[in-house]
Design a binder for this molecule. Structure first.
Ligand code: ADP
Ligand code: ZN
Length: 734
């Protein structure tokens, strides 16, 4: 604090102010730095500061707290010429850090970028006609002139390229005075969306919902609305109206999507409604584009961003609305460094910023359902599919009664349904959430199983690549010619199906049809996948075999049969959330069928057709299903009726991990309502060469589980050697 005597005599010339700076490191709070004479910083300023021998980018976190002797504190080295990180954003970072028990510096790191995004974008050098004629006309020069007369301003390179001449032609003309140099502001990342570019005619149901959302945006202030309605019911069209209203207010919008890199169709749809694409934000964006979107979001020039979960940490200038589409999707949970659920943090961001959040899903999470039932969230419901589009006719295929042919996985009923669809010139989708050829590979002679050297998981054969791969650490090895244990040649047997194996079976049945596998690990990466998804939408394939990435949001107009190869996969693991997850996945994937009015079917292969999930899917009675799920969670005090946190202790040796986990368990404070389960080996006990033990902390809804965990860590053994402790508040599986 500034002492009275200093105030009386004014600031002595040898003192400077000290500000707290949040550095992107795993430390508990901001560090103090001196502000050199003549430098101006304010809360939120992005600065470069020294930490030990390094230079890092930090954020001035609060007002100056002290006057200090500049010799005693290291100075801020540089202030970046970018808008300060808003007060709301800084409070959001603090909130996320304290909720997830992550050092705030690590959360703040998600809210800053490399210097290139922080300095103003350079002006673009362009050329413009002066009216002076070239000294001598050549065909090349006249082509250049023609273009320059048509479009007044070009870059030197752009003009040469467009005219099909070398840049020296343009340079010579400049020397002759035909062109002059001008400087242009950097081009925007995306155009300006217009709220009234092409408004739709909403159905009466949509109109009612849209009006409510628009009212919430107009009223201002924090609100959360859950929109549910089957796939294709027109939810997107409805929340577009809330976006339009926010744009009319001149404020910015964030749309979170679970698989943004693969949903180019969404961008196109946004563009037809608003006349410009939204800014994109995801890890497949080119670095230059990322910097541009970052910078222009902070300046307020990018009005709408459609992004993956990390877009929550973009430095919006004036954010006024967040949409979380497919809010139930598990892709919103980050389980790496900072463990957070972007859906929940979006609601927190809206509360801090005092604006509306909209959660949309055909199969809302139990958490959001309970919030809507209790009145914490508003709820809007769209009853049927938009226009004529009928929902697919859904049936289970009891695999005990309709067994597949030997060595196959598709029942005759399903094969017949596929046949009918493709005969009509329509498409069929076979869904199996398993990449590769087979989930388990073994030696037929000695029974040797191929296991990952780094993880407790089997290697999965990928026949197209000729490799055995681990889906947890990426370890890959060529399929060996001889069994490493008994030496037998040609020994491998595949156990169970993966998409590649289903494709093989499909090709046997439909040799003349165009089949395509859509799986995240096929060669060519995201670019290739995008093209293939488009190809499917354009009818360029008859039969699609896909993993869950085809389940999400895509609109395939000709898709009329969806077959679920193995609906029971997700139910076996004993996780209390398994039923909910399976219900959501099956609803989504069968929802790919019949989006444009053609009659359509979904066939669900299962060995347990009476299972409540299968019954709910087939009857379409989601409400009864959710009621049961909610009832069971309430009975056992599971989220959202109780609170859970996982403590994962990992180390390079099993003993180290186990001893540390036991030590933590022993130092857990005595809680009347909070209990600790474990330690037990984590569901995946060895990952990337690290052994993992897990403690599960369970409390009531009102318990301060974070305080409990903090106490446990403080009392617990010091982290030594290779031991690492990760905290996961609200874990995905329990
Ligand atoms: P959801 O988001 O619920 O899955 P969509 O908003 O994608 O549903 O709507 C499903 C289909 O119906 C889309 O092809 C969409 O373009 C169309 N659609 C929805 N509402 C309208 C409307 N009011 N006018 C014209 N087409 C609409
Ligand atoms: Zn592995």
């Amino acid at each position: 604090m500034i002492s009275d005597s200093l105030d009386l005599f004014g600031k002595p010339p040898n003192l400077v102010s000290a500000v707290p700076v949040m550095v992107p490191l795993p430390v508990d709070g901001p560090y103090s730095y001196a502000v050199p004479e003549g430098m101006v910083v304010m809360p939120g300023s992005v600065v470069q500061v020294p930490v030990g021998p390094r230079k890092v980018i930090g954020i001035v976190w609060d007002e100056a707290a002290d006057l200090v002797d500049p010799k005693k504190l290291r100075p801020i080295e540089h202030v970046f010429d970018c808008p300060p990180v808003s007060d709301g954003m800084r409070r959001f970072v603090d909130w996320v850090a304290s909720y997830t028990l992550t050092p705030p510096g690590l959360v703040a790191r998600m809210a800053v970028r490399a210097p290139a995004a922080l300095e103003p974008e350079p002006m673009v050098e362009g050329v413009r006609l002066t009216g002076v004629q070239p000294e001598r006309m050549t065909p090349a020069r006249s082509r250049v002139l023609e273009l320059a007369e048509e479009v007044p301003v070009w870059t030197r390179l752009g003009l040469a390229h467009a005219a099909g001449v070398s840049t020296s032609v343009v340079d010579t003309m400049m020397k002759h005075g035909v062109f002059e140099t001008i400087f242009l502001p950097p081009p925007p990342a995306v155009g300006l969306p217009e709220p009234d570019h092409a408004p739709p005619d909403l159905s009466p149901d949509q109109q009612v919902s849209a009006d409510k959302l628009v009212d919430a945006v107009r009223a201002g202030g924090f609100s959360v609305t859950l929109i549910d309605g089957v796939t294709g019911s027109g939810k997107t069209e409805v929340y577009f109206e809330a976006i339009a209203e926010t744009l009319r207010q001149g404020r910015q919008v964030l749309i979170l999507l679970p698989e943004i890199a693969l949903t180019s169709a969404f961008l196109g749809r946004f563009e037809s409604r608003f006349g410009a694409k939204p800014g994109e934000w995801h890890s497949d964006l080119a670095p230059r584009m990322r910097e541009k979107v970052w910078r222009q979001t902070s300046e307020g020039t990018v009005k709408v961003v459609a992004g993956a979960r990390s877009a929550l940490f973009l430095p919006f200038d004036d954010l006024g609305l967040i949409i979380v589409d497919e809010e139930h999707d598990t892709a919103y949970k980050q389980e790496d460094r900072v463990f957070y659920n972007a859906r929940d943090m979006a609601v927190v961001r809206a509360r801090i910023g005092g604006f509306s959040a909209v959660l949309a899903s055909a199969t809302p999470s139990v958490e959001s359902q309970v919030n809507a039932l209790s009145g914490r969230y508003d709820r809007l419901h769209l009853p049927g599919r938009f226009a004529e589009a009928a929902l697919p006719d859904l049936t289970t295929v009891d695999m005990r009664r309709h067994p597949p042919a030997r060595g196959g996985f598709l029942s005759p009923v399903l094969i017949d349904a596929v046949e009918r669809s493709v005969k009509r010139g329509e498409q069929a989708l076979l869904f199996l959430n398993r990449r590769g050829y087979a989930p388990l590979t073994l030696c037929r002679v000695c029974g040797h199983r191929f296991q990952c050297p780094n993880c407790s998981s089997w290697l999965v054969e990928h026949r197209f690549r000729g490799q055995l791969m681990c889906h947890h650490c990426g370890h890959a090895e060529p399929v060996p010619e001889a069994c490493p244990e008994c030496g037998t040649l040609d020994h491998l047997v595949a156990c169970g199906p993966g998409v590649e194996r289903i494709a093989e079976e499909v090709e046997k049945h439909f040799p003349e049809r165009r089949t395509i596998i859509l799986s995240s690990d096929m060669a060519g990466g995201v670019k290739r996948l995008r093209l293939e998804l488009e190809a499917v939408a354009n009818g360029e394939a008859d039969i699609v075999i896909g993993t869950q990435l085809v389940a999400k949001g895509h609109n395939f107009p000709l898709m009329t049969t969806v077959g679920v190869v193995d609906a029971d996969i997700g139910l076996a693991n004993g996780d209390p959330r398994a039923a909910e997850r399976t219900f959501q996945l099956l609803s989504q994937v069968t929802g790919r069928a019949g989006r444009t009015g053609l009659a359509s079917r979904g066939l669900i292969q299962t060995y347990q057709p009476m299972h409540p999930v299968m019954q709910a899917i087939v009857s379409g009675d989601a409400e009864a299903f959710y009621e049961r799920e909610i009832g069971e969670r309430e009975k056992s005090g599971l989220p959202p009726f109780g609170r859970l946190a996982a403590v994962i202790v990992s180390a390079e040796t099993r003993a180290e991990a186990e001893v540390h986990a036991r030590g933590l368990r022993a130092s857990a404070p005595h809680g009347r309502t909070i209990s600790v389960l474990g330690p037990a080996e984590a569901p995946l006990a060895l990952v990337r060469g690290r052994y993992r033990f897990r403690l599960l902390v369970h409390g009531r809804r009102t318990d301060d589980i974070q305080a409990y965990l903090r106490a446990m860590l403080e009392n617990g053994p010091k982290q030594r050697g290779s031991v690492r402790v990760q905290l996961d508040i609200d874990p995905q599986s329990f």
